[in-house]
Design a protein around this ligand. Structure first.
Ligand SMILES: Cc1cc2nc3c(=O)[nH]c(=O)nc-3n(C[C@H](O)[C@H](O)[C@H](O)COP(=O)(O)O)c2cc1C
Length: 321
């Protein structure tokens, strides 16, 4: 099986995994607007081990999303092994990712996600359990550190294992989602494992941010974008434009993401949500639509109408597109 990570053009721009957000419709939108690879919401290996149906539904995808990576979380290597086989056989994504970065109480508190970073033997067992049970390329997502272990030690401890890529959230566990982002440590990781793909993640919220990080840290292979893509799936194209134009970010007008265009993109997204989830996608759709209009004149009035819309036709009418 070919390793898609090695075939991507650089800089690689990835839609980072986000529980409750990176569903099929949103991944598709991000691919259409410049993301080179997209991650699923995190999927529980224990759920896959005991009762896989719901989780398989969560991570199913359309081929137009490829390259598509399913992210797994948990703490039991036996569960990782079986979940890996199930996802490989039944979902057939392009890659599998292991979550070593999540600080959320219900993940961390159970010993999964970022709680695994200091557990040297267990972390190795989990990576091996995944790599040994699939022919798909495996990646990992880690944080800059947690308590007394930093990302460099974690990488030193696992560097001989055959994973292909690492996304590093440059904040520590203690830094949560708003602390300072350490991109130096991400570049240091690349020096330890130069043959693996290294993506930096954290706090990249505009084309200028993205281009700046790529310029300042030239060893990086690319970036992972999470909240910066909320209501702006085109941020991936914008970062590429800004970077390729030697830092001179093209004005928005050049790519024409003015409000009429954005309303069309909103409808495009709403149609994908309806096609995938029907009426049950209503609540997620409201969340996404509200993000798109943030900051535009008349946004609060438009938001009020959109969050009570009951059908695609109603949304189309409200947006007047
Ligand atoms: C709502 C939300 C859900 C997230 N879910 C996941 C997840 O399922 N797996 C994961 O590894 N990280 C998850 N993250 C972390 C993001 O992938 C990313 O590392 C973090 O938000 C920092 O990037 P940003 O500053 O670009 O948002 C989540 C973040 C948010 C805000």
């Amino acid at each position: 099986m070919k390793d898609f990570w090695l075939q991507l053009n650089k800089p690689v721009l990835a839609l980072a995994p986000m529980a409750g957000i990176t569903d099929s419709a949103y991944r598709e939108m991000c691919r259409r607007y410049g993301a080179d690879v997209v991650y699923s919401e995190m999927a529980s290996v224990s759920a896959l081990f005991f009762k896989p149906e719901k989780t398989l539904e969560l991570v199913k995808f359309n081929t137009s999303e490829r390259p598509y990576v399913v992210q797994l979380f948990g703490k039991d290597p036996r569960h990782f092994a079986k979940a890996t086989r199930i996802i490989t056989e039944k979902i057939k994504p392009d890659g599998l990712d292991i979550n070593f970065g999540c600080p959320a109480k219900k993940v961390f508190g159970h010993g999964s996600g970022c709680a695994l970073m200091p557990q040297k033997e267990l972390a190795r067992e989990i990576i091996s359990a995944v790599c040994d049970n699939t022919d798909l390329p495996v990646s990992i997502k880690i944080r800059a550190g947690l308590k007394n272990i930093n990302a460099l030690e974690f990488i030193e401890n696992t560097k001989d294992l055959p994973y292909s890529a690492v996304m590093v959230h440059g904040r520590t566990y203690e830094g949560g989602f708003s602390g300072s982002v350490n991109f130096e440590i991400v570049e240091e990781i690349k020096k330890i494992i130069p043959d693996k793909i290294i993506l930096a993640n954290g706090g990249i919220n505009s084309a200028e941010d993205g281009a700046q990080v790529l310029r300042d840290y030239p060893l990086l292979d690319g970036l992972g974008i999470a909240r910066g893509a909320w209501g702006r799936p085109w941020i991936f194209n914008e970062i590429k434009n800004a970077y390729l134009n030697d830092g001179a970010c093209l004005p928005l007008a050049d790519i024409d993401y003015d409000f009429p265009r954005i309303k069309k993109i909103m409808l495009e997204h709403a149609k994908l949500i309806y096609a995938g989830k029907g009426d049950t996608g209503k609540f997620e759709m409201r969340k996404h639509l509200a993000w798109y209009i943030k900051g535009f004149p008349g946004a609060s009035e438009l938001r009020r109408k959109l969050v009570t819309a009951e059908s695609l036709e109603e949304i189309e009418k409200i947006l007047c597109v």
